[in-house]
Design a protein around this ligand. Structure first.
Ligand code: NAD
Ligand code: IPM
Ligand code: MN
Length: 376
């Protein structure tokens, strides 16, 4: 029997509640499809940080390197300054494992009411390939006061190390700055992933999203590389959209899109909008993928602290992310069964959380999906 070892990081807020349902579903589908999942749970979260001062540990990262995947709930807590947990745990994992693709399907499942008038499941069905290690997420920046100062900004990545030695001279008030970086290799590999995904899914258009009309250096570079890679795929149509315009087109003509590829920050922003046109954040999954390493799957939503401990959050995004994980592990049939069960439950409409107009609990949605899988 095939065995998988999967790291489980429930995290903060609603994370533990939704991840429990995802785990429940995977445990059942693994019985049905005859494979075994051994879970290794890690405590990394706000609670753990507040108790111990620890974010991630080197030892746990080394352990996870030997695992088949990571399944994560969400991170972020109002008791901790914004960025500490998000950067110290979530982004640190994405970077450490060089998960350079953030794959976010935007798909209106059958049985979900679309907030856009007259749009059907066949109209909202595309994938966003978000670059996941670079851009304004490299985490280098600083502050400088009036007068002369120096700063050294360093980026350490699997692909490269960069150091910026800055001589700063400010003639008036304090300033803050943040640098965005794209590398040729880092850009090329994610764009190539998008074209390969188009081929695999029989799609014939790849849309690049950027802001090359203003941030000309960084996104002009992105465009050059996009064109180079596109040249290798003459059968696939290409286009450039500016990020502001695509937010309008997502609402106006979502059926146009097939595969979208975009730098990190714009990918973050447009996929929350993508989530809304597929029915809400409670229904939007994502995978942080390193095609030759350890990938990590999670809902795209956050820890929604207001709903923590209430058992009311929608677990479907997380369960669907679990299905993406199964597919990436090579268990395509199990992944399809999970999606079918999700759609079955949504179509019946009896068991729904509050975000979808129902009154069911988080755990009842998980139980109902499990019931569907068992053929009840
Ligand atoms: P959020 O995604 O946590 O929540 C925004 C709103 O979306 C919620 O108030 C709720 O109305 C709705 N929502 C989200 N998930 C839902 C679900 N499963 N079911 C029903 N409704 C749901 O975004 P936020 O409020 O901006 O951020 C809260 C915290 O989460 C912050 O600390 C942020 O940094 C962090 N965050 C983490 C991740 C992640 O771990 N991947 C992603 C986004 C935000
Ligand atoms: C997401 C989140 C994260 C991101 C934050 C919490 C670091 O918003 O997964 O979409 O910006 O990538
Ligand atoms: Mn986000």
């Amino acid at each position: 029997m095939t065995k998988y070892r999967i790291a489980l990081i429930p995290g903060d807020g609603i994370g533990p509640e939704v991840i429990a349902e995802g785990k429940k579903v995977i445990d059942i589908v693994s019985e049905i499809e005859d494979f075994q999942v051994d879970w290794v749970e890690y405590p990394f979260s706000a609670d753990h940080y507040l108790e111990t001062g620890e974010l991630l540990t080197e030892d746990s990262l080394k352990e996870m390197e030997k695992m088949d995947a990571i399944y994560l709930g969400a991170l972020g807590d109002p008791r901790v300054k914004p960025g500490i947990l998000e950067k110290g745990i979530l982004l640190a994992l994405r970077f450490y494992f060089d998960q350079f693709v953030n794959l976010r399907p935007v798909r209106l499942l059958k049985g979900v009411e679309c907030p856009l008038k007259d749009k059907k499941p066949e109209d909202i069905d595309f994938s966003v390939v978000r670059e996941n290690t670079e851009d304004f997420y490299v985490g280098v920046g600083g502050h400088a006061g009036k007068g002369k100062s120096k700063d050294v900004l360093e980026i350490e990545r699997n692909l490269y190390n960069v150091r910026f030695n800055l001589d700063i001279e400010v003639d008036r008030d304090e300033i803050a700055y943040q640098l965005g970086v794209l590398s040729k290799k880092g850009t090329e590999r994610v764009i190539r992933y998008a074209f390969e995904l188009a081929k695999k899914k029989n799609k014939n258009r790849v849309t690049s999203v950027d802001k090359a009309n203003v941030l000309t250096d960084i996104y002009g570079f992105w465009r050059e590389i996009f064109n180079e890679v596109a040249g290798e795929y003459p059968e696939i149509e290409t286009e450039f959209n500016f990020v502001d315009a695509i937010t309008m087109w997502f609402i106006r003509k979502p059926e146009w899109y097939q595969i979208i590829v975009t730098p990190n920050m714009f990918g973050d922003i447009i996929t929350d909008l993508g989530a809304m046109i597929q029915g809400g954040l409670g229904l939007a999954p994502g995978g942080n993928i390193n095609p030759s390493g350890v990938s990590m799957f999670e809902p795209i939503h956050g820890s929604a602290p207001k709903y923590k401990g209430k058992n009311t959050a929608n677990p479907i995004a997380t369960i669907w992310a679990g299905a993406m994980m199964l597919e990436e592990l090579g268990e395509k049939r199990a992944a399809d069964l999970v999606i079918e069960a999700i759609e079955g439950v949504l179509r019946e409409g009896k068991v729904r959380t509050r975000d979808l107009g129902g009154t069911s609990k988080t755990s009842e949605v998980g139980d109902e999906i499990v019931g569907k899988l068992k053929g009840k």
